[in-house]
Design a protein around this ligand. Structure first.
Ligand code: ADP
Length: 416
């Protein structure tokens, strides 16, 4: 074995003190891995090797290892940890040299190690900068992809919205021109049926525009809830009455279960929750072939009432289950857009479920779906779960007071 040169001896002399000091110092300020001392040993070995050979590139593997593990985990907040660590090492090396070596030895050591540290700083800084730039570019690429997707769904939305709005407008135009013809011929024909036709078109237009307004209110957190006591059973009964004619004409069966929690008085914005339930029930009707069954069941969970709406319809693929609650998540099939509210498979503007979700989430509830998949022959059906928070007190303090007094005066009129 070759005898050690003076500088190698000096380096060997400070090694134990250096490892302990750097280890302690770094452990204080930074999150240090268990194998840190071992890592410092490896660093020091390579430092010695660089000094002996005069080639700082010996340091490359450890510098890159450190820079990689630091930047991969901490890119978001602290990207320059290794440069910082090397700077601290320089300061500590000077300290240790001063304490353990003679002046001359210290000077010799510093003359040998400073260029290596400087090289190390350069390597790490370059790596960190490159990683940072790559990270920023990949973030920008992601943003760009997201914007492309937004752009696509925007134009898909415009095409579907135009299609949706055109149907009732054509209807109104037709009736208006028929009325015009009749007026020209000044026949005393009864215009009632024509007016009824126009009103259907106008109602449909209003419903679409209202949905668009609701979506924008939900998006901007502007949905104001007006909490009042209500029972789930009352809402379900009212909705069943609404859909009765369609149920009859489509030969569907509505199976309404009497479940636990059904008659509990809870504070909700009833018209809004009804809107959410209506959207789900209308979908169940739309996507279930004639002769099928829609079941409304539920249960009480701690702090919530869960309403479960099951149909025997065409079902929903796993892929679609993930997107149907997203705004315009279902814009793909423009051909299905019939503007029919309850026609079998009559696609709408794809706003019903996002609105239902917005309303439920604004209440502190949620909605999700389970389905074995999409199959137009086997009809696996879908089950929508709607979680409504069971508030027994009004979240609005003024209202709580009012209903408290009413409750007392009328002897438990509110809470069963
Ligand atoms: P739409 O206006 O298209 O009905 P929704 O937001 O109400 O919009 O529903 C989004 C999509 O989810 C529908 O187009 C349909 O593909 C699917 N969907 C919703 N409910 C059901 C259901 N009960 N059975 C099968 N598919 C459904």
């Amino acid at each position: 074995m070759a005898t050690k040169s003076p500088i190698q001896k000096v380096v060997a002399k400070i090694r134990p003190v250096w490892i302990i000091r750097v280890g302690q110092e770094m452990a204080r300020g930074m999150e240090v891995r268990a194998d840190f001392e071992e890592q410092l040993g490896r660093f020091f070995d390579l430092l010695e090797q660089s000094i002996t050979t005069g080639d700082p590139a010996w340091m490359d593997p450890i510098l890159l290892d450190w820079a990689k593990s630091s930047t991969e985990t901490e890119l978001e907040d602290e990207p320059y940890q290794i440069s910082f660590l090397i700077n601290r090492m320089i300061a500590l090396t000077i300290q240790v040299a001063r304490e353990t070596l003679t002046k001359q030895q210290a000077l010799d050591l510093l003359a040998a190690v400073i260029p290596i540290y400087t090289y190390g700083l350069e390597v790490v800084a370059r790596y960190e900068m490159e990683t940072r730039v790559a990270h920023i570019s990949s973030e920008m690429e992601k943003v760009q992809k997201r914007m492309e997707r937004v752009d696509k769904s925007k134009s898909a939305f415009i095409s579907v919205a135009a299609h949706e709005l055109k149907t009732p407008i054509t209807l109104i135009e037709g009736y208006a021109s028929m009325m015009d013809d009749l007026m020209q011929q000044s026949k005393g024909t009864n215009l009632d049926s024509l007016l009824a036709g126009m009103n259907t078109g106008i109602d449909r237009l209003r419903a679409i525009v209202d949905d668009m307004i609701d979506v924008s209110m939900i998006d901007n957190n502007l949905l104001q809830l007006n909490f009042q006591p209500m029972q789930v059973s009352q809402m379900v009964d009212a909705l069943c009455l609404e859909v009765e004619p369609i149920i009859r004409s489509r030969k569907l069966t509505m199976d309404i279960k009497d479940f636990d929690g059904n008659k509990q008085w809870i504070y909700i914005d009833a018209p809004r929750i009804m809107q959410a339930l209506r959207n789900v029930i209308n979908n169940a009707i739309k996507y279930t072939p004639d002769g099928g069954t829609i079941t409304i069941d539920g249960r009480t969970l701690s702090g919530f009432i869960e309403v479960i709406i099951t149909d025997t319809g065409i079902g929903i693929s796993a892929e679609d289950q993930a997107t149907i609650f997203e705004k315009f998540g279902q814009l793909g099939r423009v051909d299905l857009h019939s503007s029919g509210k309850t026609k079998f498979k009559g696609g709408g503007p794809g706003l019903g479920l996002p609105i239902a979700r917005g309303i439920l989430e604004a209440h502190g509830g949620s909605i999700w779906v389970k389905s074995e998949g999409y199959d137009e022959i086997k009809h696996p059906g879908s089950t929508f779960h709607i979680l409504i928070p069971a508030r027994i007190k009004s979240p609005d303090p003024g209202m709580a007071k009012l209903f408290d007094t009413l409750g007392k005066n009328e002897d438990q009129s509110v809470v069963e």
